[in-house]
Design a binder for this molecule. Structure first.
Ligand code: CAA
Length: 402
């Protein structure tokens, strides 16, 4: 039987995140955004709510909730501000769930447990100054030398770069395959900020998600212990694509939350603001924009819910997750543009939140697979140029916790 209802547990989580973000962040977000300030103090609060290990089993320090819960939390966090959802995307989606699936027991004990408890903050690093969409075009190298890999290179546009403790890094371990652009020469490594030769910085010129930290990482002869190789040598590209299946899921759910925020702000304003002697909500063209937001919200929510359900049952969901991410992010751009339009000149001022929504939504149309990459991927599945057969390395199916 198909069931469209959230469970009691999901509803409780939704309510908890809504109340926390509404109470602790919403009243201050305008200031944080204006001051380009990432508030590190929010991280322990999110940890206390179990969010930093939301879909990580309890045996590894997590809250032991299912993968749909990760979406529920992402939607409610981005309802208040994108920067909050980004923390979940990189820490839980891209990093913790990759470690849960690909890590050794020792790596899980050493890194996943403190991360899921929120004692350590983690991110993921694939993108480089000269390679974004063309993921196999990266140049970072990690050459084996005895009991360690010597890591060199630079990563760019990394969320939480300057505030994280751990990073899952993708680099070439086979230089001959690097020259041939053969992805089986890429490997994944767990790197600590404390390792000698690791440095980071914050990008200060970005114009959206200003309350979030985005930066670069530099690896200058970093000695990564051989036991910090994640998966086997040569599995780095698959691990990166797997990580993105989870990251994109949080982006889809988050963008859905942003559409809801645009809808709610627009409804409120349309009932308050009058033109031509009536509330602007009585004008048909305003109604049309609001109705479109509702249609986009309801349909993108179904798309990410389906992807979350597939994750719960351990089935490959690259295609469904990609579709959810693509549709939700482009719809959020439309919703934010229309929300500004409904607010008129006031929408062009930071006095109202919709201008922030407009600046924040654009990033997600670009990161974790641009609109164009996702368009091509969906067409390629249909045309038979791309396969979505099982990879035998899906997320562990959700098992209800005792
Ligand atoms: N799971 C497991 N394996 C996968 C997979 C998945 N989801 N997707 C692909 N693979 C496997 C393929 O099966 C293939 O293996 P085989 O040869 O054995 O069949 C191998 O990986 C190569 O896959 P592709 O042929 O699809 O490789 P491609 O070069 O054509 O990839 C692409 C093209 C899909 C566009 C890919 O490059 C891509 O997704 N680009 C966008 C990258 C992106 O989203 N970057 C954002 C990074 S986020 C970040 O770094 C910043 C931050 O803040 C954290």
């Amino acid at each position: 039987m198909i069931d469209f209802d959230l469970t009691e547990e999901h509803r409780l989580l939704e309510q908890t995140v809504k109340e926390w973000a509404g109470r602790e962040v919403a009243p201050r977000i305008k200031t944080l955004d204006r001051e380009h300030r990432f508030d590190r103090g929010l991280v322990p609060q999110m940890a206390a709510l179990g969010l930093l290990g939301v879909s990580v089993p309890a045996e590894y320090g997590g809250a032991g909730m299912d993968y749909v819960s990760l979406g529920v939390a992402s939607e409610e966090l981005e309802y208040v501000d994108t920067s909050l959802r980004v923390i979940l995307s990189v820490h839980v989606g891209l990093n913790c769930l990759s470690l849960l699936t690909w890590g050794t027991e020792a790596q899980k004990q050493q890194y996943l447990v403190p991360q899921a408890k929120g004692e350590k903050l983690a991110t993921f690093a694939l993108t480089e100054p000269s390679a974004g969409s063309d993921a196999r075009g990266i140049k970072s190298t990690a050459v084996k030398q005895g009991d360690h890999y010597l890591l060199n290179g630079e990563k760019m546009w990394i969320s939480l770069a300057d505030v994280c403790d751990h990073v899952l890094v993708i680099a070439w371990s086979d230089l001959e395959k690097m020259r041939q652009r053969d992805t089986s020469g890429l490997s994944a490594f767990f790197v600590e900020r404390a390792f000698k030769g690791f440095s980071s910085g914050t990008l200060t010129e970005k114009w959206g998600i200003l309350a979030g930290n985005t930066g670069y990482l530099k690896f200058d002869n970093v000695q990564v212990p051989a036991e910090n190789l994640v998966g086997r040598e040569g599995e780095g590209f698959k691990i990166a694509m797997f990580a993105l299946d989870q990251g994109r899921f949080t982006v889809a759910a988050g963008a859905t939350g942003l559409i809801k925020a645009c809808r709610d702000a627009s409804v409120k304003y349309a009932l308050e603001r009058e033109t031509f002697g009536v509330p602007i909500g009585e004008h048909q063209l305003v109604k049309e924009m609001i109705a479109r937001m509702e249609a986009d919200y309801q349909s993108t929510r179904l798309l990410w819910l389906r992807a979350g359900w597939l994750k719960n049952i351990g089935r490959r969901n690259t295609r469904e997750t990609g579709l959810a991410k693509w549709m939700a992010t482009i719809a959020s751009e439309r919703a934010a543009g229309d929300a500004v339009q409904i607010h008129g000149a006031n929408g062009y001022s930071d006095e109202y939140p919709v201008g922030r929504f407009y600046r924040n939504c654009k990033g997600a149309v670009i990161y974790e697979g641009t609109r164009e990459i996702h368009t091509i991927m969906q067409a390629d599945y249909l045309l038979g140029y791309r396969s979505d057969r099982p990879t035998r390395c899906e997320l562990p199916p959700y098992a209800p916790q005792p």
